[in-house]
Design a protein around this ligand. Structure first.
Ligand code: ADP
Ligand code: MG
Length: 253
């Protein structure tokens, strides 16, 4: 079966700084991969490459069997146009550390926006689906609230519902709970855990080791732009093979 995400020797540099130094990664349908590692190791950059927000400099990156940002004909690669890139990105949902909701729209309007504007769904059907999604993230009673009237955890759950409204094949989470007060983290992780149980393919950058232990199929430890070690959580978290992994875990556990 074609992996949902396949990275082969992915390199990315910003000027003279090489941030990704040959990343190999495969995430299959219905799998959850948790990306862990110290700040500055390239985790966000890797997610941004997968989501077409950054261009890679070398290697190959496929999402759903399609080369990200390029079309291949024979041995030649052709850069995709903006419109083609937008088409590819439609199937990827992303949730950031900061909630990034539209402040002038209610929770319901936030969730309806992309299906109506991008997918050209009717407002009636988008509204019905948005209500179901708000219900799914435990916010059925908050549809009329504006972001400023919601807690950080509630805003983040609206952000998840908003991403799901586009019916993504892949969800990317970049430290979705890092900006939250501790007592609000559990609800967000609970929604993500449910999503994983429902079979969503997910890549999650997180420092929540308990979540990674319970939910991840694969834990990927990155440091200095390389994947130092990857495997099931009971191996990488409980019995890390590399000194760098052990040193990192001793700081976050
Ligand atoms: P992580 O998410 O693991 O903390 P990042 O992917 O955000 O790491 O960053 C990896 C490195 O790349 C850091 O040194 C960061 O400063 C640098 N970096 C990230 N984005 C940019 C950018 N747009 N321009 C220049 N340097 C960047
Ligand atoms: Mg980051």
């Amino acid at each position: 079966m074609t992996p949902v995400v396949q990275a082969q020797g992915v390199h990315k540099r910003f000027g003279r700084l090489e941030v990704l130094k040959g990343i190999d990664l495969e995430v299959h349908e219905r799998e959850v991969a948790c990306l862990i590692g110290p700040s500055g190791s390239g985790k966000s950059t890797l997610l941004r490459c997968v989501n077409h927000l950054e261009k890679i400099d070398a290697g190959r990156l496929y999402v759903d069997g399609h080369l990200v940002g390029y079309r291949q004909r024979g041995d030649r690669l052709y850069e995709l146009r903006e419109r083609e890139i937008a088409e590819q990105r439609k199937d990827i949902g992303m949730v950031f550390q900061r909630f990034n909701l539209f402040p002038h729209m209610t929770a319901l309007e936030n969730v309806m926006e992309a299906p109506v504007q991008v997918r050209r769904e009717s407002r009636a059907s988008a509204r019905e689906r948005a209500r179901a999604l708000l219900d799914r993230v435990g916010l059925a009673d908050k549809e009329a609230a504006y972001p400023a009237q919601l807690s950080g955890g509630q805003q983040q759950r609206v952000a998840i519902a908003r991403a799901l409204a586009m019916r993504p094949k892949l969800m990317l989470f970049d430290e979705p709970t890092s900006a939250l007060d501790p007592e609000l983290v559990g609800d967000v992780l609970g929604v993500m855990r449910q999503l994983a149980q429902d079979g969503m393919t997910m890549i999650v950058v997180t420092h929540e080791m308990q979540f990674a232990r319970e939910v991840a199929d694969t834990v990927v430890f990155m440091d200095g732009g390389v994947v130092v070690e990857q495997g099931p959580p009971e191996q990488v978290i409980s019995e890390p093979r590399h000194e760098r992994t052990r040193a990192f875990l001793s700081r976050v556990l």
